[in-house]
Design a protein around this ligand. Structure first.
Ligand code: FES
Ligand SMILES: [Fe+2]
Length: 461
Protein backbone atom coordinates (compact mmCIF):
# COMPACT_ATOMS: atom_id res chain seq x y z
CA UNK A 1 0.00 0.00 0.00
CA UNK A 2 1.32 3.42 -0.87
CA UNK A 3 2.05 5.86 1.86
CA UNK A 4 -0.30 8.79 1.56
CA UNK A 5 1.80 11.92 1.55
CA UNK A 6 -0.85 14.44 0.64
CA UNK A 7 -0.46 17.46 2.84
CA UNK A 8 -3.60 19.25 1.73
CA UNK A 9 -5.70 17.12 4.06
CA UNK A 10 -6.55 18.29 7.54
CA UNK A 11 -5.81 15.90 10.44
CA UNK A 12 -8.48 13.20 10.50
CA UNK A 13 -9.34 13.56 6.82
CA UNK A 14 -6.84 11.03 5.44
CA UNK A 15 -8.13 7.56 4.58
CA UNK A 16 -6.60 4.38 3.29
CA UNK A 17 -6.20 4.52 -0.48
CA UNK A 18 -8.22 1.95 -2.36
CA UNK A 19 -11.87 1.01 -1.93
CA UNK A 20 -13.54 2.06 1.30
CA UNK A 21 -15.92 -0.17 3.24
CA UNK A 22 -18.73 1.85 1.63
CA UNK A 23 -17.28 1.27 -1.86
CA UNK A 24 -17.15 -2.47 -1.20
CA UNK A 25 -20.72 -2.61 0.10
CA UNK A 26 -21.92 -0.55 -2.87
CA UNK A 27 -20.11 -2.91 -5.27
CA UNK A 28 -22.22 -5.80 -3.92
CA UNK A 29 -25.05 -4.11 -5.83
CA UNK A 30 -27.65 -4.86 -3.19
CA UNK A 31 -29.98 -2.93 -0.97
CA UNK A 32 -28.53 -2.90 2.51
CA UNK A 33 -29.99 -1.52 5.72
CA UNK A 34 -29.57 2.25 5.85
CA UNK A 35 -27.51 2.04 9.03
CA UNK A 36 -24.80 0.21 7.09
CA UNK A 37 -24.55 3.14 4.68
CA UNK A 38 -24.17 5.67 7.50
CA UNK A 39 -20.83 7.21 8.37
CA UNK A 40 -20.30 9.15 11.56
CA UNK A 41 -16.64 9.88 12.15
CA UNK A 42 -15.44 12.94 14.04
CA UNK A 43 -11.84 14.06 14.38
CA UNK A 44 -11.25 14.05 18.12
CA UNK A 45 -7.78 15.60 18.24
CA UNK A 46 -4.36 13.99 18.21
CA UNK A 47 -2.85 14.59 21.65
CA UNK A 48 -1.02 11.61 23.15
CA UNK A 49 -2.89 9.60 25.81
CA UNK A 50 -0.92 9.50 29.10
CA UNK A 51 0.46 6.03 29.87
CA UNK A 52 -0.38 6.41 33.56
CA UNK A 53 -4.04 5.91 32.64
CA UNK A 54 -3.14 2.25 32.10
CA UNK A 55 -0.65 1.71 34.89
CA UNK A 56 -1.47 3.84 37.90
CA UNK A 57 -3.39 2.61 40.94
CA UNK A 58 -4.53 6.15 41.65
CA UNK A 59 -6.06 6.34 38.19
CA UNK A 60 -7.79 2.99 38.72
CA UNK A 61 -9.19 4.25 42.04
CA UNK A 62 -10.50 7.35 40.29
CA UNK A 63 -12.14 5.21 37.60
CA UNK A 64 -13.91 3.22 40.30
CA UNK A 65 -15.01 6.27 42.29
CA UNK A 66 -16.20 8.38 39.37
CA UNK A 67 -16.89 6.02 36.48
CA UNK A 68 -17.66 2.41 37.47
CA UNK A 69 -19.86 3.68 40.29
CA UNK A 70 -22.00 5.78 37.93
CA UNK A 71 -22.23 4.02 34.55
CA UNK A 72 -24.68 1.49 33.16
CA UNK A 73 -22.84 -1.80 32.78
CA UNK A 74 -23.70 -5.19 31.32
CA UNK A 75 -24.21 -7.62 34.21
CA UNK A 76 -25.74 -10.75 32.62
CA UNK A 77 -28.15 -12.00 29.97
CA UNK A 78 -31.86 -12.31 30.74
CA UNK A 79 -31.70 -15.91 29.49
CA UNK A 80 -29.26 -16.69 32.31
CA UNK A 81 -31.91 -15.92 34.93
CA UNK A 82 -35.16 -17.03 33.24
CA UNK A 83 -37.11 -18.40 36.23
CA UNK A 84 -38.16 -16.84 39.56
CA UNK A 85 -35.32 -17.28 42.03
CA UNK A 86 -32.59 -17.45 39.38
CA UNK A 87 -29.70 -15.17 40.22
CA UNK A 88 -26.21 -14.19 39.11
CA UNK A 89 -23.55 -12.35 41.02
CA UNK A 90 -21.95 -9.44 39.15
CA UNK A 91 -18.78 -7.86 40.48
CA UNK A 92 -16.73 -4.86 39.44
CA UNK A 93 -13.73 -3.68 41.50
CA UNK A 94 -15.01 -3.78 45.13
CA UNK A 95 -18.68 -3.76 44.13
CA UNK A 96 -20.72 -6.96 44.27
CA UNK A 97 -24.35 -7.21 43.17
CA UNK A 98 -26.93 -9.97 42.98
CA UNK A 99 -29.08 -9.83 39.85
CA UNK A 100 -32.28 -11.72 40.66
CA UNK A 101 -35.46 -12.82 38.87
CA UNK A 102 -38.25 -12.18 41.36
CA UNK A 103 -41.47 -14.17 41.87
CA UNK A 104 -43.26 -11.52 39.84
CA UNK A 105 -40.86 -12.06 36.94
CA UNK A 106 -39.07 -8.73 37.31
CA UNK A 107 -35.32 -8.40 37.44
CA UNK A 108 -33.96 -6.72 40.56
CA UNK A 109 -30.36 -6.10 41.55
CA UNK A 110 -29.26 -5.93 45.17
CA UNK A 111 -26.06 -5.00 46.92
CA UNK A 112 -24.61 -8.42 47.72
CA UNK A 113 -23.78 -7.74 51.35
CA UNK A 114 -25.59 -8.92 54.46
CA UNK A 115 -27.11 -6.09 56.50
CA UNK A 116 -25.99 -7.76 59.71
CA UNK A 117 -22.19 -7.81 59.53
CA UNK A 118 -21.59 -7.67 55.82
CA UNK A 119 -21.03 -11.21 54.52
CA UNK A 120 -21.59 -11.64 50.79
CA UNK A 121 -24.96 -13.37 50.49
CA UNK A 122 -23.71 -15.30 47.47
CA UNK A 123 -20.04 -15.73 46.48
CA UNK A 124 -18.35 -13.87 43.67
CA UNK A 125 -19.11 -15.25 40.19
CA UNK A 126 -21.85 -17.50 41.54
CA UNK A 127 -25.12 -18.24 39.80
CA UNK A 128 -28.02 -20.50 40.62
CA UNK A 129 -31.59 -20.73 41.76
CA UNK A 130 -32.82 -19.68 45.20
CA UNK A 131 -36.08 -19.39 47.09
CA UNK A 132 -34.52 -16.88 49.49
CA UNK A 133 -31.14 -15.36 50.30
CA UNK A 134 -29.93 -16.65 53.66
CA UNK A 135 -26.65 -15.36 54.97
CA UNK A 136 -24.32 -18.25 55.76
CA UNK A 137 -22.88 -16.56 58.89
CA UNK A 138 -25.84 -16.05 61.28
CA UNK A 139 -28.78 -16.81 59.06
CA UNK A 140 -30.35 -13.43 58.36
CA UNK A 141 -32.65 -14.09 55.40
CA UNK A 142 -34.26 -12.04 52.64
CA UNK A 143 -37.02 -12.83 50.16
CA UNK A 144 -36.42 -12.69 46.41
CA UNK A 145 -38.03 -9.24 46.31
CA UNK A 146 -35.44 -7.93 48.76
CA UNK A 147 -37.80 -7.77 51.75
CA UNK A 148 -36.51 -8.99 55.10
CA UNK A 149 -37.77 -12.49 55.87
CA UNK A 150 -36.15 -13.61 59.06
CA UNK A 151 -33.59 -12.72 61.69
CA UNK A 152 -32.67 -15.45 64.17
CA UNK A 153 -33.08 -14.11 67.75
CA UNK A 154 -34.78 -11.03 66.49
CA UNK A 155 -35.48 -10.08 70.14
CA UNK A 156 -31.81 -9.01 70.24
CA UNK A 157 -32.23 -6.43 67.45
CA UNK A 158 -35.07 -4.15 68.54
CA UNK A 159 -33.83 -1.35 66.33
CA UNK A 160 -34.17 -3.40 63.13
CA UNK A 161 -37.29 -2.58 61.13
CA UNK A 162 -38.46 -4.51 58.10
CA UNK A 163 -38.51 -1.35 56.02
CA UNK A 164 -34.99 -0.16 56.88
CA UNK A 165 -33.52 -3.61 56.41
CA UNK A 166 -34.68 -4.37 52.90
CA UNK A 167 -31.73 -5.33 50.69
CA UNK A 168 -30.47 -2.13 49.05
CA UNK A 169 -31.40 -2.11 45.37
CA UNK A 170 -29.53 -0.69 42.42
CA UNK A 171 -31.06 0.32 39.13
CA UNK A 172 -31.64 -2.23 36.39
CA UNK A 173 -32.19 -1.71 32.67
CA UNK A 174 -32.68 -4.28 29.92
CA UNK A 175 -32.01 -4.08 26.22
CA UNK A 176 -31.47 -6.77 23.59
CA UNK A 177 -31.75 -9.53 26.19
CA UNK A 178 -28.92 -7.99 28.21
CA UNK A 179 -29.33 -6.91 31.83
CA UNK A 180 -27.50 -3.75 32.83
CA UNK A 181 -27.10 -2.34 36.30
CA UNK A 182 -26.07 1.07 37.55
CA UNK A 183 -24.77 1.50 41.10
CA UNK A 184 -25.71 5.20 41.13
CA UNK A 185 -29.16 6.17 42.41
CA UNK A 186 -29.00 9.46 40.53
CA UNK A 187 -27.71 8.03 37.28
CA UNK A 188 -28.60 9.05 33.76
CA UNK A 189 -31.80 7.27 32.62
CA UNK A 190 -30.92 4.00 30.87
CA UNK A 191 -32.69 4.92 27.62
CA UNK A 192 -30.75 8.19 27.39
CA UNK A 193 -27.51 6.42 28.17
CA UNK A 194 -28.01 3.94 25.30
CA UNK A 195 -28.16 6.82 22.83
CA UNK A 196 -28.53 5.65 19.21
CA UNK A 197 -27.64 2.03 19.99
CA UNK A 198 -31.21 0.60 19.98
CA UNK A 199 -32.08 2.45 16.78
CA UNK A 200 -28.83 1.41 15.09
CA UNK A 201 -29.29 -2.23 16.06
CA UNK A 202 -33.04 -2.60 15.71
CA UNK A 203 -32.65 -4.88 12.68
CA UNK A 204 -30.66 -7.32 14.76
CA UNK A 205 -32.75 -8.30 17.78
CA UNK A 206 -30.15 -9.72 20.12
CA UNK A 207 -32.92 -10.71 22.53
CA UNK A 208 -33.76 -13.44 20.00
CA UNK A 209 -30.29 -14.92 20.23
CA UNK A 210 -29.02 -17.53 22.65
CA UNK A 211 -25.62 -17.96 24.30
CA UNK A 212 -23.79 -20.84 22.60
CA UNK A 213 -20.37 -20.02 24.05
CA UNK A 214 -19.38 -18.12 27.19
CA UNK A 215 -15.64 -17.98 27.79
CA UNK A 216 -13.73 -15.93 30.35
CA UNK A 217 -10.03 -15.35 30.73
CA UNK A 218 -7.90 -13.19 32.99
CA UNK A 219 -5.40 -11.19 30.95
CA UNK A 220 -2.47 -9.62 32.76
CA UNK A 221 -2.80 -6.04 31.64
CA UNK A 222 -5.02 -3.06 32.34
CA UNK A 223 -8.65 -3.56 31.31
CA UNK A 224 -8.39 -0.71 28.80
CA UNK A 225 -5.31 -2.26 27.20
CA UNK A 226 -7.32 -5.44 26.58
CA UNK A 227 -10.42 -3.62 25.40
CA UNK A 228 -8.60 -1.29 23.04
CA UNK A 229 -6.97 -4.25 21.28
CA UNK A 230 -10.45 -5.08 20.00
CA UNK A 231 -11.46 -1.63 18.82
CA UNK A 232 -9.42 -1.12 15.68
CA UNK A 233 -8.30 -3.15 12.69
CA UNK A 234 -4.97 -1.39 12.42
CA UNK A 235 -3.39 -4.34 14.28
CA UNK A 236 -4.47 -6.95 11.72
CA UNK A 237 -1.41 -6.40 9.52
CA UNK A 238 1.06 -7.38 12.25
CA UNK A 239 -1.08 -9.48 14.61
CA UNK A 240 -3.30 -11.49 12.24
CA UNK A 241 -1.30 -11.64 8.98
CA UNK A 242 -3.19 -14.78 7.90
CA UNK A 243 -6.38 -12.71 7.70
CA UNK A 244 -5.07 -10.17 5.20
CA UNK A 245 -6.17 -12.31 2.27
CA UNK A 246 -9.85 -12.00 3.23
CA UNK A 247 -10.27 -9.02 5.55
CA UNK A 248 -10.63 -5.35 4.76
CA UNK A 249 -8.47 -3.94 7.55
CA UNK A 250 -6.90 -0.56 6.76
CA UNK A 251 -10.13 0.40 4.97
CA UNK A 252 -12.39 -0.40 7.93
CA UNK A 253 -14.95 2.22 8.84
CA UNK A 254 -15.15 3.81 12.30
CA UNK A 255 -18.20 5.67 13.57
CA UNK A 256 -18.86 7.65 16.73
CA UNK A 257 -22.20 8.80 18.13
CA UNK A 258 -22.51 10.90 21.28
CA UNK A 259 -20.47 9.99 24.34
CA UNK A 260 -21.29 6.30 24.66
CA UNK A 261 -21.71 4.63 21.28
CA UNK A 262 -19.29 3.77 18.49
CA UNK A 263 -18.95 1.16 15.76
CA UNK A 264 -16.47 -0.47 13.47
CA UNK A 265 -17.41 -1.92 10.15
CA UNK A 266 -14.90 -4.37 8.65
CA UNK A 267 -15.61 -5.86 5.28
CA UNK A 268 -14.90 -9.57 4.87
CA UNK A 269 -14.20 -11.78 1.87
CA UNK A 270 -12.18 -8.98 0.32
CA UNK A 271 -8.40 -8.71 0.39
CA UNK A 272 -6.66 -6.20 2.59
CA UNK A 273 -5.59 -3.02 0.77
CA UNK A 274 -2.08 -3.92 1.98
CA UNK A 275 -2.00 -6.82 -0.50
CA UNK A 276 -3.03 -5.18 -3.75
CA UNK A 277 -4.66 -7.46 -6.34
CA UNK A 278 -5.70 -10.91 -5.02
CA UNK A 279 -7.82 -13.41 -6.95
CA UNK A 280 -11.37 -14.01 -5.76
CA UNK A 281 -10.64 -17.73 -5.34
CA UNK A 282 -7.62 -17.06 -3.13
CA UNK A 283 -9.75 -14.75 -0.99
CA UNK A 284 -12.47 -17.39 -0.59
CA UNK A 285 -10.00 -20.18 0.21
CA UNK A 286 -8.15 -18.06 2.78
CA UNK A 287 -11.34 -17.10 4.57
CA UNK A 288 -12.69 -20.65 4.80
CA UNK A 289 -9.29 -21.96 5.95
CA UNK A 290 -8.87 -19.38 8.68
CA UNK A 291 -12.36 -19.69 10.08
CA UNK A 292 -11.96 -23.45 10.38
CA UNK A 293 -14.48 -24.33 7.65
CA UNK A 294 -11.92 -25.75 5.27
CA UNK A 295 -11.99 -29.42 4.46
CA UNK A 296 -13.17 -31.83 1.87
CA UNK A 297 -16.47 -30.72 0.44
CA UNK A 298 -16.39 -27.41 2.28
CA UNK A 299 -14.31 -25.37 -0.14
CA UNK A 300 -16.26 -23.08 -2.42
CA UNK A 301 -15.53 -22.41 -6.07
CA UNK A 302 -15.81 -18.79 -7.14
CA UNK A 303 -17.10 -18.87 -10.76
CA UNK A 304 -15.83 -16.33 -13.24
CA UNK A 305 -17.70 -13.08 -12.95
CA UNK A 306 -18.64 -13.65 -9.35
CA UNK A 307 -16.98 -12.35 -6.21
CA UNK A 308 -15.79 -14.18 -3.13
CA UNK A 309 -18.28 -12.05 -1.18
CA UNK A 310 -21.20 -13.36 -3.26
CA UNK A 311 -20.11 -16.98 -3.06
CA UNK A 312 -19.18 -17.07 0.60
CA UNK A 313 -22.27 -15.14 1.71
CA UNK A 314 -24.47 -17.63 -0.12
CA UNK A 315 -22.50 -20.54 1.32
CA UNK A 316 -22.82 -19.14 4.82
CA UNK A 317 -26.55 -18.56 4.47
CA UNK A 318 -27.07 -22.08 3.14
CA UNK A 319 -24.91 -23.82 5.74
CA UNK A 320 -25.51 -21.77 8.88
CA UNK A 321 -29.19 -21.00 8.25
CA UNK A 322 -30.46 -24.60 8.34
CA UNK A 323 -28.11 -25.41 11.21
CA UNK A 324 -29.75 -22.60 13.17
CA UNK A 325 -33.26 -23.41 12.05
CA UNK A 326 -33.40 -19.88 10.63
CA UNK A 327 -33.78 -18.67 7.07
CA UNK A 328 -30.93 -16.26 6.35
CA UNK A 329 -31.49 -15.95 2.61
CA UNK A 330 -33.04 -12.48 2.94
CA UNK A 331 -29.82 -11.01 4.38
CA UNK A 332 -27.55 -8.85 2.29
CA UNK A 333 -23.95 -9.91 1.72
CA UNK A 334 -22.80 -7.22 4.11
CA UNK A 335 -25.11 -8.33 6.92
CA UNK A 336 -24.05 -11.93 6.35
CA UNK A 337 -20.31 -11.44 6.24
CA UNK A 338 -19.11 -8.12 7.52
CA UNK A 339 -18.08 -7.37 11.06
CA UNK A 340 -20.60 -4.89 12.43
CA UNK A 341 -19.28 -4.30 15.90
CA UNK A 342 -21.00 -1.76 18.12
CA UNK A 343 -19.72 -0.44 21.42
CA UNK A 344 -21.44 0.99 24.47
CA UNK A 345 -19.27 2.83 26.97
CA UNK A 346 -17.51 1.72 29.07
CA UNK A 347 -16.96 -1.94 28.13
CA UNK A 348 -19.78 -3.59 26.17
CA UNK A 349 -19.29 -4.77 22.56
CA UNK A 350 -22.32 -6.35 20.84
CA UNK A 351 -21.82 -7.50 17.25
CA UNK A 352 -24.72 -7.45 14.82
CA UNK A 353 -23.59 -9.90 12.19
CA UNK A 354 -24.59 -13.54 11.89
CA UNK A 355 -21.33 -15.26 10.91
CA UNK A 356 -19.44 -14.13 13.99
CA UNK A 357 -22.12 -13.08 16.47
CA UNK A 358 -19.87 -12.06 19.32
CA UNK A 359 -20.22 -10.01 22.46
CA UNK A 360 -17.21 -8.84 24.44
CA UNK A 361 -16.97 -7.38 27.92
CA UNK A 362 -13.78 -6.11 29.57
CA UNK A 363 -13.39 -5.32 33.26
CA UNK A 364 -10.66 -4.65 35.78
CA UNK A 365 -9.77 -7.80 37.70
CA UNK A 366 -10.61 -6.68 41.22
CA UNK A 367 -8.57 -3.57 41.97
CA UNK A 368 -5.49 -4.62 40.06
CA UNK A 369 -4.63 -2.03 37.39
CA UNK A 370 -2.36 -4.65 35.77
CA UNK A 371 -5.01 -7.35 35.36
CA UNK A 372 -8.28 -7.58 33.46
CA UNK A 373 -11.17 -9.98 32.87
CA UNK A 374 -12.25 -10.61 29.29
CA UNK A 375 -15.60 -12.27 28.60
CA UNK A 376 -16.46 -13.57 25.15
CA UNK A 377 -20.02 -14.62 24.35
CA UNK A 378 -21.19 -16.11 21.09
CA UNK A 379 -24.90 -15.54 20.49
CA UNK A 380 -26.69 -17.48 17.79
CA UNK A 381 -30.20 -16.73 16.57
CA UNK A 382 -32.76 -18.90 18.38
CA UNK A 383 -34.50 -21.43 16.13
CA UNK A 384 -37.75 -20.08 14.72
CA UNK A 385 -39.58 -23.16 16.04
CA UNK A 386 -39.11 -24.90 19.32
CA UNK A 387 -37.84 -23.84 22.70
CA UNK A 388 -35.02 -21.41 23.35
CA UNK A 389 -31.76 -23.36 23.78
CA UNK A 390 -30.26 -23.46 27.25
CA UNK A 391 -27.45 -20.92 27.56
CA UNK A 392 -23.97 -22.41 27.39
CA UNK A 393 -22.30 -22.54 30.82
CA UNK A 394 -19.52 -20.14 31.72
CA UNK A 395 -16.10 -21.60 30.86
CA UNK A 396 -13.35 -19.92 32.86
CA UNK A 397 -9.94 -20.55 31.32
CA UNK A 398 -7.07 -21.24 33.70
CA UNK A 399 -3.95 -19.13 33.92
CA UNK A 400 -2.04 -21.33 31.49
CA UNK A 401 -4.92 -22.08 29.14
CA UNK A 402 -5.42 -20.25 25.89
CA UNK A 403 -8.55 -19.32 23.99
CA UNK A 404 -7.69 -22.12 21.58
CA UNK A 405 -8.25 -24.49 24.53
CA UNK A 406 -11.95 -23.54 24.45
CA UNK A 407 -13.42 -25.75 21.69
CA UNK A 408 -16.67 -23.77 21.74
CA UNK A 409 -14.80 -20.82 20.17
CA UNK A 410 -13.94 -22.93 17.11
CA UNK A 411 -11.63 -21.20 14.65
CA UNK A 412 -11.84 -17.96 16.61
CA UNK A 413 -9.80 -19.33 19.55
CA UNK A 414 -6.41 -19.00 17.82
CA UNK A 415 -7.37 -15.52 16.58
CA UNK A 416 -8.07 -14.40 20.17
CA UNK A 417 -4.74 -15.94 21.19
CA UNK A 418 -3.05 -13.78 18.58
CA UNK A 419 -4.88 -10.73 19.93
CA UNK A 420 -4.00 -11.35 23.53
CA UNK A 421 -0.41 -12.47 22.87
CA UNK A 422 0.71 -8.84 22.70
CA UNK A 423 -1.08 -7.51 25.72
CA UNK A 424 1.07 -8.55 28.65
CA UNK A 425 4.07 -7.17 26.79
CA UNK A 426 2.14 -4.00 26.14
CA UNK A 427 1.49 -3.52 29.87
CA UNK A 428 5.16 -4.14 30.71
CA UNK A 429 6.25 -1.84 27.92
CA UNK A 430 3.93 0.93 29.10
CA UNK A 431 5.66 0.85 32.47
CA UNK A 432 9.12 0.76 30.90
CA UNK A 433 8.32 3.67 28.59
CA UNK A 434 10.09 6.99 28.80
CA UNK A 435 7.59 8.46 26.39
CA UNK A 436 4.81 9.79 28.61
CA UNK A 437 1.92 8.98 26.31
CA UNK A 438 0.72 6.64 23.59
CA UNK A 439 0.19 8.00 20.08
CA UNK A 440 -3.02 7.10 18.22
CA UNK A 441 -3.99 7.10 14.57
CA UNK A 442 -6.43 9.90 13.81
CA UNK A 443 -8.92 7.69 12.01
CA UNK A 444 -8.27 4.03 12.73
CA UNK A 445 -7.83 4.52 16.47
CA UNK A 446 -10.46 7.22 16.92
CA UNK A 447 -12.70 4.90 18.94
CA UNK A 448 -9.91 4.43 21.48
CA UNK A 449 -9.57 8.19 21.86
CA UNK A 450 -13.36 8.51 22.11
CA UNK A 451 -13.41 6.22 25.15
CA UNK A 452 -10.75 8.28 26.90
CA UNK A 453 -12.59 11.50 26.20
CA UNK A 454 -15.82 10.09 27.61
CA UNK A 455 -13.95 8.64 30.56
CA UNK A 456 -12.55 12.12 31.23
CA UNK A 457 -16.09 13.49 31.45
CA UNK A 458 -16.90 10.96 34.16
CA UNK A 459 -13.64 11.53 35.99
CA UNK A 460 -14.33 15.23 36.05
CA UNK A 461 -17.51 14.39 37.95
S1 FES B 1 -23.20 -11.44 58.73
FE1 FES B 1 -24.96 -12.10 57.75
S2 FES B 1 -26.16 -12.94 59.30
FE2 FES B 1 -24.41 -12.23 60.31
FE1 LIG C 1 -7.59 -8.80 16.49
Amino acid sequence: MNVQTTTSLQPGEARCPGPSAQDIIAADGQDVPAVLREQSYRFLGDADIPTERYTSRAFHDLEVARMWSTVWQFACREEEIPEPGDYMEYGIADFSFLVVRTEAGDINAYVNSCLHRGTQLRPSDSAGSATQFRCPFHGWTWNLDGSLKEIPCRWDFPKVTDEAFRLPEVKVGTWGGFVFINPDEDCQPFEDYLGVLPEQMKLWPLEDRAIVANVRKVIRCNWKVTQEAFMESYHVLATHPQALAYLGDANSQYDIWGDHVSRQLNTQAVASPHLGEVSQQVIADAMLMDLGHAGEGNMLKVPDGMTARQVIAKGVQESIGPALGTDLSHLSISETLDTIEYFLFPNFHPWANITVPLVYRFRPNGNDPDSSIMDILILRPCPEDGPRPEPAPLHILGEHEMFSDAPELGGLGPVFDQDTSNLERLQVGLKAARKPGITLGNYQEARVRHIHQTLDKYLAG
